[in-house]
Write a protein that binds this ligand. Structure first.
Ligand code: PLP
Length: 394
């Protein structure tokens, strides 16, 4: 049977594929070190685990919930937006989803018709372009300079705007670069989007993993007109070490959110009940674990940065957030005789047993993404192996 054209055209997730490859080699007994993962290496905090167990034992996790999510969690999201963003929403402007990833999926299904365009700044998180395509839309990539930390300006966006532009995705802090837009930069983009009636999709999933003197501002916080024109995507995966629980949320224009709820009702019915009760504890319970985990990531960032700079040809910018480095390896590739990062990454895995994600998955094939969401020993050993590999090949 022929699979649908949609599926034939779909690329599998590059990050998940890289992680799976490393796991497969590990299963063969090979000592593989993986810096591929996009998830905290901590167990979900105990208070959250306990809330989930209580929800199971009381029986309330046994049943379907509302498609939009349990009312207590939707209210907790409203309170979260008030407390962390200073923004007021009503419960009908919220939806709880199976991870932030499915919130994005529902959103594109809700707003896009055939050939509608979505502007995606490069480099971009792997799923944006594929999800836009699955919804019949066309991803249009906006480029910027590495010297500007890959942050797009209005001038960059104007180059790709067309009559078909329906939305723009702003992912700040960014996966893969770990860079944050300033309020001024966001204000300019927000005003441009409002003036051109382009919906802003603000993927704020890394908004609580910020380091040094840097601070987080969501584009939705920059005035009433921009807020009304923005759908905020967020979730508990990264902040609360809850990737496996699959809970995210979206907040914004009621008409759009209600469209998303309608699709959820005909697809997943509802996010897993027990996970919703766990997420309720995450958002409303003791917050001390959030800061404790953030501090560990920051320590790793500060230790890893100087080590990466010692690898021949690595051009490294110090990230401000998330748990990734997005390294320009074009010099390293030249030194070692590679055309693009994918074959470098492949040989590194097979010969030195270190797994990284090639930049190609993020739209840039002269880069690699290195995650430090793993224990320090693994990070340190991996860097030693990468350095030795490059020195051997050069
Ligand atoms: N957005 C970005 C930029 C991400 O990196 C991820 C996860 O890797 C997600 C969204 C999805 O997060 P989740 O579906 O686990 O909530």
């Amino acid at each position: 049977m022929n699979l649908s054209k949609k599926v034939q055209a779909l690329a599998p997730s590059a990050t998940l594929a890289a992680a799976a490859k490393a796991k497969a080699l590990k299963a063969q007994g090979i000592d593989v070190l993986s810096l591929t993962v996009g998830e905290p290496d901590f167990a979900t905090p105990e208070n959250i685990q306990k809330a989930a167990i209580a929800a199971i034992q009381s029986g309330k996790a046994s049943y379907y919930t509302q498609s939009a999510g349990i009312p207590e969690l939707r209210q907790a999201v409203v309170d979260y937006m008030q407390k962390n963003y200073g923004l007021t929403y009503n419960v009908n402007q919220t939806i709880i989803t199976d991870g932030a990833k499915f919130a994005l999926y529902l959103l594109f299904q809700t707003i896009l018709d055939e050939a509608d365009e979505v502007i995606i700044p490069l480099p971009y998180w792997v799923s944006y372009s594929e999800q836009v395509k699955l919804a019949g839309g066309v991803p249009v990539f906006a480029t910027s300079d590495e010297e500007d930390s890959f942050k797009v300006s209005v001038a960059d966006l104007e180059k790709v705007r067309s009559a078909k532009t329906k939305a723009i995705i702003i992912n700040s802090p960014s996966n893969p670069t770990g860079m944050i837009y300033s309020p001024e930069e966001l204000q300019a983009i927000g005003q441009w989007a409002v003036d051109n009636q382009i919906l802003i999709v603000a993927d704020d999933i890394y908004g609580r993993l910020i380091y040094g003197e840097h601070t987080f501002t969501s584009i939705a916080m920059l005035g009433e007109a921009i807020k009304d024109n923005t759908i905020v995507i967020n979730g508990v995966s990264k902040t609360y070490a809850m990737t496996g629980w699959r809970i995210g949320f979206a907040v914004g224009k009621e008409e759009i959110i209600q469209g998303m709820i309608k699709i959820a009702s005909q697809s997943t019915s509802n996010p897993t009940a027990v996970s919703q009760y766990a997420a309720l504890e995450a958002l409303t319970g003791d917050q001390s674990s959030v800061e404790a985990m953030r501090k560990v990531f920051e320590e790793r960032l500060n230790r890893l940065y100087p080590l990466l700079k010692e690898i021949p040809g690595f051009k490294v910018q110090k990230p401000q957030a998330c748990f990734y480095f997005f390294v320009n390896v074009s010099e390293t590739l030249k030194l070692c005789g590679y055309q693009e990062a994918s074959s470098f990454v492949e040989d590194l895995l097979n010969e030195a047993h270190v797994a990284l994600v090639t930049g190609a998955g993020f739209g840039m094939d002269q880069y690699v993404r290195i995650s430090y969401a793993t224990d320090w020993e693994t990070i340190e050993k991996s860097v030693q192996r990468i350095k030795a590999f490059v020195e051997r090949k050069a």
